[in-house]
Unconditional design. Sequence first.
Length: 399
Amino acid sequence: MNDPTPTALEGLRVLDLATLFAGPLAATMLGDFGAEVIKVEHPRRPDPSRGHGPGKDGVGLWWKLLGRNKKTVTLDLSTPGGRDVLLRMAAGADVIIENFRPGTLEKWRLGWPELSAATPRLVLARVTGFGQIGPYARRPGFGTLAEAMSGFAALTGEPEGPPTLPPFGLADSIAALTTAYAVMAALAGRDRTGRGQIVDMAIIEPMLTVLGPQPIWYDQLGYVQPRTGNRSANNAPRNTYRTADDRWVAVSTSAQSIAERVMRLVGRPELIDADWFTTGAGRARHADELDEAVGSWIARHDRATVLAAFEQAEAAIAPVYDIRDVMADEQYRALGSITELPDDELGTVRMQNVLFRLSGTPGAIKWAGRPHGADTDTVLTQLGLDAGEIAALRAEGAL
């Protein structure tokens, strides 16, 4: 039975031509809120995310997340038949997301002139490491390079240690969020003008933006933010602290009132009267003293006691979780942040739910990532191809 609840993006058709990871994740986010997403993969070289990370019974688990709510078809865009089929698909699409190196679609005669001729209302989102222009445009680009070049790695880690990269796709994920937003902005523009446009998304740029005011600090003051570990140059105490039962908690005191509550809680109210305590920058200059005060108190109590005391004092604290804790946490459960759904290959799977809750047109996960090319015949038949045409495309190697 079909769910009668309307979805925010119902009627929007998205072709996902991208791989690893920003482009496909942006398409996933659109699919979560009702867009029809058709994943186009090479017949013999599927999206590498199918084989990234751990798998179970030969099934890639990362793909189950990244491929959710997507129909999967195979198509070799470099073949004449594959090109023709994509142009036919593009004629009925609203959005295409791709992350080939600049010039690749043009080499196949599938650039903006050809795609926009198929449908002038098309939004073409081009997601690359360095963008479509500039001296680095044709370089291979991955999120790791954006994490390095944006300044993120230089900021991350202990002061005397090396620059540190995240152990997950941080830059790709931020670029995916930004791409989904950019697509929606372009579609809103289409509503005004009646025409589509190109989204040029360079993965290095969203990462730079989320790092905050560093460019203006450098421009106006010549200031280069150093690595400070878990500390902040803007306030203190701000760190992770070990509890008596060998667990960890994170404390933040961005607000002056919170900093004062923490000092009273840990038995050091006299520090509040110090001249330097009245500003975040002043407290940051005395981080050693504040960390000793907070850390020594926390070290004498188990985590449950620490969390309860901070909550009662209305001071900001959080346990440092690993994924086991996340899956069991009552707040995540209340929000429905992890959801369970049936899967033909694995029985049931649990994964992150949609990113946010809409009261009128909520998102939903209809299915997890499907096998490579599982919907090829169905999609092409709906496109108007008959069995003979589909067989000819397979013989050509286009499917």
